[in-house]
Design a protein around this ligand. Sequence first.
Ligand SMILES: Nc1ncnc2c1ncn2[C@@H]1O[C@H](COP(=O)(O)OP(=O)(O)OP(=O)(O)O)[C@@H](O)[C@H]1O
Ligand SMILES: [Mg+2]
Length: 623
Amino acid sequence: MDTAEQISEDSILQIGKVIAVRGRLVEVKVHKTKNTSHLVYKGELLKNVSVGSYIKIVKGFTRIIGKVDGEFIGEDKLAVRQSYGSSRERISRVLNVSLLGFFRGSTFERGIKEMPLLDNECYLLHNYEFDQVHNFIRSGDEPIEIGTLSLEKGQTIRVGVNGLFASHIGIFGNTGSGKSYTLAKLYRELFEKYKKSRKFRKAASFLLIDFNGEYVDKKDDVIIEKKYKRIYKLSTRGKGRDRLPMALETIRDPEFWVVFLEATEKTQTPFLRRAVGNSYLSARIQDESELKNLIGRMVLSATTEGDRTLEKAVVTNFLSEVRNAIHDNVNLGALIEDFKAHLKFHNQQGTFYYQSGGLTTYSNQPAFKDNIVDPKVAALHINTNELSEIDQIRLQIVIQYYDDIIRGFSNKEHLAPLIKRMDKRLDDLKKVIEVSVPPAAVRRKNLTIVSLKEVNVHIRKILPLMLCKKLYNDHKTANDETNYLNIIIDEAHNILSENSDRESEQWKDYRLETFEEIIKEGRKFGVFLTIASQRPADISPTIISQLHNYFLHRLINNEDIRAVEKTISFLDRLSFEYLPILPTGSCIFAGLLANVPVVIDIGRIDTRFEPKNKTITLIDKWR
Ligand SMILES: Nc1ncnc2c1ncn2[C@@H]1O[C@H](COP(=O)(O)OP(=O)(O)OP(=O)(O)O)[C@@H](O)[C@H]1O
Ligand SMILES: [Mg+2]
């Protein structure tokens, strides 16, 4: 560019001068000739400065970039004194500008290294400078296109795959504002780009937790064609639905049971560790005669050496629990009825006795073992081969529990609630998981979608946590950073809410700590989170504040806006003003990757691949 051209260009793009500098905020007085809405430059119509646009402040060789936050009318002191000027001359247009960053060579960098000086000249941005400011692709990264700038129609926004997907992502917005659509768009673009790559399928895995069944339907093409996905539509209601495969070692891991049964830390957790990890028990449970021996010994110890404070019905209670675990064994049912009718407790002597046909046998007599307990237990038929893995562990827990309380080793008050919970929850668990290893061919599909639409409240709360914790721990143990895991949770308030009245403090801590750890440490092990939620105010601030990139859709509720304002440091005031008025499908993109927060219209997804959440139209249904 020769000097003459440079000068003419400068004079056209030059729009004003700095008249005040207040920290990050700068006031710029606009030249009187530059108050039109558009400028003509080389035969092209350029949009003139307005709120939301960028300006460049030139200070020597430094180009500082700022964003216009607002504008107002100032009075021109000089023009006021010159009484002969027209009244139009007396007013001047002043811009409030907040500084964003500067150019180092031809690349834009966020942050401020030098402050502008009074009288520094201000310019509109050249197209190439504008593109640089909106370049969200670091060198060496590969781009995907996610949408267009809202305020600058036609300007596409591309982001770096590495910059975005090697980060924790937050998508927030009121219901119907387009969160799920945005989520689907991001991952659709990613999968479109890499779905054919063998390395991608091998080394990257994605788990999408879908609380509302928006990512599954009849065809199951949401986000990407069905053949690239594993889909589990779980249900605690009907039969014959999908079951999530769990490895045997997962089920045998006491930690699984600690989480599943919401065990308290002090007594229930150590108990579960003992019970599930008890190899003596687990070996005996798998063999019929050994199991029967065990049952006989338990009955004897309960009736002979048992703690005197035990409940009177300890034997029948124990047998009933065993029966629950081995599926209503008829034999055992008869034995329970028998004991209910004949096994009594003598209050004065403090002993059990068995009374039948006019014959009374006290539990401290040898005949009690020889003639009553042993033959009755020996007559049982228990098919141990029919026991599922889950049943086996249940049996272990039951036997350990009664063994503990009979020997006075554990306090019944502390453990009984745990056993009660187990009885209530296990049937549901069995409806949604199965013990098996996913076949190798299926494992190459690296996107797993788990729909929890039809599961009950408890499974909905606990299963995602167990899954995430397990996957995260596996990654942590493997400690192989080439192995990438992305956990995607739509409607994340379901498991990340800060307040929930229905659960214990301790459980809540456990739940949040799990995810806080993933947020804080996940990056080291190649584990990343994407969460979408309509109630950012409900989600733990520790989690929100440590996300790296944000897509903020329309937020109307003040509490939610405040939650975002308090925790997201990347946002400027102007962007906040936009939050309540963003149309569906538009959002503010801010965070580590975005040099400047920008309002973008998320690009369209072919209807075949979009999430299934159509806002219902009543009149169509009523006509
Ligand atoms: N970028 C977009 N382009 C076109 N349509 C969109 C876009 N974003 C959202 N929509 C449409 O708007 C509706 C609501 O979007 P979406 O389901 O993503 O909202 P949401 O924020 O996830 O709501 P909820 O909180 O209820 O889950 C859908 O019908 C969707 O198809
Ligand atoms: Mg949604």
